[in-house]
Design a protein around this ligand. Sequence first.
Ligand SMILES: [Zn+2]
Length: 312
Amino acid sequence: MMREYSLTVIFIIILICAAAMLTLWVFMPEKGGDTDLSDESSSLPVINSSENNSESSMVSDDTTWDESSVDDTESSEDSDETSGKEINWNYTVDISMYLKYIEPENPESFSALVNKNTVPLSADYVPEQLVLSANARPGREDQCYMNATAAKALEAFLKEAAYYGYDDITVTNAYRSYNTQYYLFYDYYFKLEASKNPGLTKSQIIALVSAYSFPPGQSEHQTGLACDMHNVAVGNQDSFNHSEEAEWLADNAYRFGFILRYPEGKEDITGAIYESWHFRFVGRKLAAYLYVNNITLDEYYEKGYDIYSENQ
Ligand SMILES: [Zn+2]
């Protein structure tokens, strides 16, 4: 009798425990359930920098962008750099037919870093799907071929520019082959810097040329994702710096997936002089991330950011 009673008590205790565990399981918050920040309804860019929030993160976790600015992002030691960068998702041109190019489905295909510290692209690397860019400057069409996705995004960008009155911006250079870059670089090397600076060593002359023309295999132009555009004479691009058109292009590039690749004040990081005319396509999500955080593509990789890893 006693034994039967004990067994009943143990059975009841087991039942209570099972019920308690079931309750806990049902009401326990789902692990990682709030990490998917993508907003498919609007397909607007989203920032998720939770991987990097230790000390150098420049935006708070779980920051979803909308038409507001980044005022509500958590401040950090780098927050000064983000001030004044307002996001504008209002377009005057109808971008519905361009959106799939501006914000491509495979954005990582467009985010490669190419600079004078990266492993050079091979001499025979030619990007696929090169097409003539919009607004190619008459007479320079053969130098204005671009990756097809980047070219469509650029078309929308330049339509928007025209709407604001900047309708004389033309592309003067886009894809450049390894060989073209080779001759360009060594032209600068021998005809310009070496003759001007006879006392310098080879590596010193290379450093001088590299400030404005990267060595073959290390120019973004070989990727087909970069273009030079302005409304001044070729060779006189410096006069485009700080113009109203240049400022507009720099401030609106991200909306079309482009970045001003060599901004003023970042020369030590990019290794290039300020080039108000050189734009690089990376896709809208990354472009907006770089713009609002005021970082270059080089810094993005140096700091180990990866905006795509969280939203797979
Ligand atoms: Zn360029």
